[in-house]
Design a protein around this ligand. Sequence first.
Ligand SMILES: *Cc1c(COP(=O)(O)O)cnc(C)c1O
Length: 493
Amino acid sequence: MRYLSTRGPAAVQSLSGPTFSEILLAGLAPDGGLYLPENYPRIGMDELDAWRPLSYAELAFQVLCRFIDDIPADDLAELLTRTYTAEVYCNGRDPARAAEITPLHWLERPDATRGEGGLAILELSNGPTLAFKDMAMQLLGQLFEYTLAKRGENLNILGATSGDTGSSAEYAMRGRAGLRVFMLSPHQRMSAFQRAQMYSLPDNNIHNIAVRGMFDDAQDIVKAVSNDHAFKARYRIGAVNSINWARVAAQVVYYFKGYLAATGGVNGHSDRPVAFAVPSGNFGNICAGHIARMMGLPIGRLVLATNENDVLDEFFRTGVYRPRAAAETFATSSPSMDISKASNFERFVFDLVGRNPDVVRELWARIDAGGAFDLSGTPYLARLPAFGFASGASSHADRLATIRKTYDQYGLIVDTHTADALKVATELRSVDMPMVVLETALPVKFEETIIEALGRRPERPLALQGIEDLPQRVEVMDVDVAAVKRYIERHAG
Ligand SMILES: *Cc1c(COP(=O)(O)O)cnc(C)c1O
């Protein structure tokens, strides 16, 4: 399998595009585009049914070996077996089901006689940091370590986080040979729980840097360091941000897993469509759903849910993609979806415009200049229905109401992001197919809003009780690029 860039010249690409391992450590393509496979491997329904008895790791192998053909099959299978274990994904509410990695939890079972399609939650947050980002990041850690060892190289990962991504990356990379993590976070602006999750890691390949500023200041430092090409090459600086192709690929797997569980599990049949509802920010999670659908998985509807930052909902309703300015980006109670532009969206638009890189380049010239584009009235928008998307937005009041209703009706506490998707899913459900809502975090990560909604604290998994009391390691610095560089020079591997 070769990869191409959403902005690359089409003619050159298919002849000599890079392989999976070649783009694993890369971020953007050199032309500024995002990498995608040159085609989407198709999965037949018989094949899909044959996958029903497989474990999560075995299913991941079946899906991912189609995208990764430059790692020997035995090695890939071994990496996946080591990644998706019940020990790593043991934070579920039902420890007996931990081996399923992503258990499906029915809120309402499908009932054909009553014309009810069913409503379920796919648990994606049972990993070490209690958010779905672990699903891909844990694999990325294994893939990085494997690839670096083969090449005899090492890598210094530099990132900025406002919470979820940083802890997920640190838990995935901790203790790994050849890897060091330098994670910038805004000083005193994360919750006590988030700070404890990151700063209490004792591993000496993990470096936390708290900058006296906002998340955007931290992000700007990362950009400045990465734009110093000599420094970047000398200290082998890499990234793990959400445009990384391997992260998207790893996420494709749980759509297959969720589909098989929602259509009868081991004894079921792949003869009916399933809808998925996805709380969305950077469009990484739902992009994986789009790819699963392009591979032939019978996804009847991909329901995209945003919070008050509704740039993506606006596109799917109107055809206008209009990234917001920082001042127009709201801080909400589902903070991991507080984005002004959706970094993975370009991947979907590439497919929407018939994989024509010239069109993508033209559209993103406008976006990169701070503008917008409008596909209404173009032939591209006429094709949009064929991709199965529907969308909606949710507000703080919706979130509180959904958390309350879900607790009252089903006895389940959902986190604020999952609540956004559940709200939109409830509006867009239809009787002819099950609706599977992707759970992207556990409620304990967003305690404050849960207390506001329910007047009680969500339960915390045993392993994370009292982590606020553990000793913490963090280097506090001013917003100063030179100081961060000096720190990296002293501690790089
Ligand atoms: C990252 C994140 C999201 C958004 O996912 P995207 O892939 O950026 O669309 C939603 N919920 C939670 C809890 C997250 O951490």
